[in-house]
Structures are given as C-alpha cells and as structure tokens.
Design a protein around this ligand. Structure first.
Ligand SMILES: *Cc1c(COP(=O)(O)O)cnc(C)c1O
Length: 443
C-alpha cells in the first residue's frame, strides 16, 4: 500500500507518512486506494484484535512495521470498546463507548496506535521528539500514549489557565519522557510555537521532530476498527446495517467511519453532529467551504472552525453535491446540549458528556422514518472528564472511572514558560539534556 498527498501524486510508504504527519506540499496523506472487504472475511467469534488484523493488514503492506502489526494492535486496543443497548422510548439505539482508555476519550485509540507505530519504526538518529499543542483533549491522549515508550519523547504545550482542572491533570501527570509546558498565552500561541519550532533549523539540528496532531494518518486508521467491529457484530446479531451518529470537530472520527463503510463494512447511514461551529452542515447544505473563526462552546473539543479532514473527504468523495448524498450533518446549540444532557440522564439513567450530547440530540430529532432504523450513537468522552459542566446540569456527581482516577491521583509536573520559541527551546534542552542525545527521565 502506498499513500499520497491530497495535493500531489507522488507515492510514499506508510513509514514515511507516519513520520511526516503532514505532507510537504501542505496536503494530507490518503491511501492510494482502499481495500475492500467481504463480510465473510470476518468470523462470528472475532475479537476487536482479529477485526483490526484483517482490516489493517493491507494498510501495512510494504511497511517496515508489518512484522510488528500484531504487537501494535495489542498495544492500541488494550481497553474495552463496548456497545451497549440504550433504553429509549421509541426506536432501537445503542451506544459505542469510546471512553474507556487512559484519558477517557476516543483520542486514546488513535494516539495509542500512533505511539506504538512511531516507537517501533526503525530510523537513524536519536529519539523522536513529538511536539503537540493542545487546547485540552489531544495533549493528554498523546502524552498518555507516548509515556514510557522507548525512542520517543513528548513536549505538550497548553495555554496556562485555559484548560479544565482534570484536563490539566491529564497533561501534567506524566514526567518521564513527557515535558508539559504551560504557556503564558492562548492555544493559538501554543500552535504558533509548534509551527515555529518545525521551521527552526537550530532546533531541528538537535531534535528529530514529529507531530501527533489529528491529521496524522496514524490517528485515523485505527479509528476505523471500532466502526468495523461494532457494525459487524450488529449485523451478525440483527441482520441490519446500523447507522452511526458521530459528534464532529476536525472530522477525524467521522472520516474513519466513512472509510469503514467505503471498505465494505455493514454500515448504514452516517449522521454528523456538530456544535455551534457549523461549517460542515452549512457546506453540505450549499454554503461555500470557507474556514471560520472557531466559536467557544460547551463541547469544546469540537470547537473547530476549519475541520482539516474535510480536505481528505473531498479528495476521496467529491464536493458538497456528492457528499450530501452520502452524509447528513446537523448543528446543535449550547442550549440544546444542556437540555440534552438533562434528558439523557433521565432517559438513559446515566450522564453523557457535552460532546456525546450533540449525537444524542441528533438521535432524538430523527424523522419517524429514520427512527425505524438501528442507530449506534458514538460516545466520544466520559462525562466525568467534564464534571464542571455536567454535574451542575444533572444536579448530581458523576462517578469517576478507574482509569481517570488513576491519573487524578498522580502529582502534577509542569513548567510555565513565556510564549516564545526561545523559552520552548530552553525548556526542551534542559529537560532532555540534548548533548547526550538521550532522554534522561525526570529531573
Ligand atoms: C476530539 C473530540 C471530538 C471531535 O472529533 P474529531 O475527530 O475532531 O471530529 C469529539 N468529542 C471529543 C470528546 C473529542 O475529544
């Protein structure tokens, strides 16, 4: 399997695209072609590891990681991803629980897979340094995934005072090969510093830099697996292809579902639920694709004004006219999210997070005809991660899952720095003792 940029025709190996993240021409890497699967290539007793092996094998052909695929899969899918039946008044609905990983959100899957791949890639030189700017969720998942992995070190930049207490804990509890930096500035400042670092020759001479943001294809591929696995199990049990309703931000999680359906997996309709950042629904309804400034909402991990994975989707499936034939998208306001979280608590008997509530809202507002189908609602994070939003709304505490509890009990380790490349570079040199060329662990 070879990969190419959405903006070019040169072909690259999986190893190259994993390491580079974004193409040199500014495009995003896509597979040259998609494999196609038959339902009878899978069997009834398959675990998610078995499904992953079948689906991912073609993507690894020609990669130096082929021999390691089994190990990579085992390291990625090391927490349960159950599908549970929901008690709803009318219709048939299930929930795909993507929040049982170390940082209690679906990004643990993509980050875990990328970390497993990058730490095992054969390459010359010292450790790989992953730079990641985060407004909350991504940095925690990446730090958790790369923590204690050989040959890698992570630098997480987050805006000081602008992430929730629990999110901050997930960014700063690692130590070891993870350097957490609280930047005196905004998320945009953090992002600019990462961009500047990639463009700075003196830093590149000392560090082998790589990024782990959501446009890396290594984040996308493993996300198709839970859609494949859930849809196969559902189809086998019921004879129906389930539809999926997916909270959407940067479109990575939804694109993974679309890819699974493209590859022949038994998936019905796909509905995207966005928050008030409504570029995707507007585009499908005929508006031009013009990036917007992001709007702050209760579902903050979906506050994306310019969903970068749309470039992949348009390249693979065409423009709005074609896309609106194969996808539906709606926008959910903060008021609706709040109301939905209360309704979810009452109807399901458990709380949903503000992101997941966009999808449950979409489910509640299906037409009668669509409501007759089987739907799997995608739960992207655990509500305990957003306790300060959820608890006042539902009027009761949310129990903290064990994986999150483990993180909350660890000490915080981070350093505050000014929003400048110099400050970043000094902090890195100090932590990683670059002269020896090896990570030194905690200091
Ligand atoms: C990142 C995130 C989303 C959005 O997913 P995309 O792949 O960016 O579309 C939704 N919910 C939660 C909890 C997230 O962390």
């Amino acid at each position: 399997m070879k990969y190419r940029s959405t903006r070019g025709s040169s072909l690259y190996t999986l190893d190259e695209v994993l390491l580079r993240g974004i193409a040199e021409d500014g495009g995003l890497y896509v597979p040259e072609s998609l494999p196609s699967f038959n339902i009878d290539e899978f069997s009834a007793g398959d675990s998610i590891l078995d499904t992953a092996r079948v689906v991912l094998t073609p993507f690894f052909s020609g990669s130096s990681l082929t021999e390691r695929l089994e190990e990579i899969i085992a390291q990625t899918f090391r927490f349960p991803i159950p599908v549970s039946k929901l008690s709803v008044e009318k219709g048939n609905a299930w929930m795909l629980e993507l929040y049982h990983g170390p940082t209690a959100a679906f990004k643990d899957v993509g980050a875990g897979f990328l970390a497993a791949c990058l730490s095992q890639l054969q390459r010359p030189g010292g450790p790989l340094t992953i730079l990641v700017a985060t407004s909350g969720d991504t940095g925690g998942a990446v730090a958790a995934a790369f923590n204690e992995r050989p040959n890698t070190q992570v630098v997480v930049l987050f805006p000081q005072g602008r992430v929730s207490e629990r999110q901050q804990k997930q960014l700063t509890c690692w130590g070891d090969n993870v350097l957490a930096l609280a930047v005196e500035g905004s998320f945009d400042d953090c992002q600019s510093m990462v961009k500047e670092a990639f463009a700075a020759p003196q830093l590149r001479a000392r560090y082998q830099l790589s990024s782990a943001n959501s446009i890396n294809i290594g984040r996308l591929l493993p996300q198709s697996i839970y859609y494949a696995h859930a849809s196969l199990a559902h189809f086998r049990d019921t004879g129906h292809k389930p539809g999926f309703i997916i909270p959407v931000g940067n479109l990575g999680n939804s694109l993974a579902c679309i890819l699974a359906r493209d590859m022949g997996l038994p998936i019905g309709e796909i509905i995207l639920a966005s928050n008030a950042n409504r570029l995707i629904p507007d585009y499908l309804a005929g508006a031009e694709w013009l990036p917007r400034a992001s709007i702050h909402t209760l579902a903050s991990a979906m506050d994306v004004g310019n969903p970068s994975n749309m470039e992949r989707l348009r390249e693979m499936h065409g423009e709005a006219a074609e896309l609106s034939q194969m996808l539906t998208a709606i926008s959910v306001s903060d008021d609706e999210i709040e109301q939905q979280m209360r309704d979810d608590m009452r109807e399901f008997g458990f709380a949903t997070c503000p992101h997941t509530a966009t999808a449950t809202h979409a489910y509640r507002h299906l037409s009668a005809e669509k409501n007759a189908a089987d739907w799997i609602i995608v739960a992207t994070a655990h509500p305990a991660k957003f306790d300060s939003i959820v608890e006042p709304l539902i009027g009761q505490p949310v129990a903290v899952p064990a994986e999150l509890e483990a993180i909350l009990s660890r000490p915080n380790r981070f350093q505050s720095i000014s929003a400048s490349l110099d400050a970043l570079s000094n902090a890195m040199d100090e932590k990683f003792e670059v002269d020896e060329g090896t990570p030194t662990g905690d200091k």
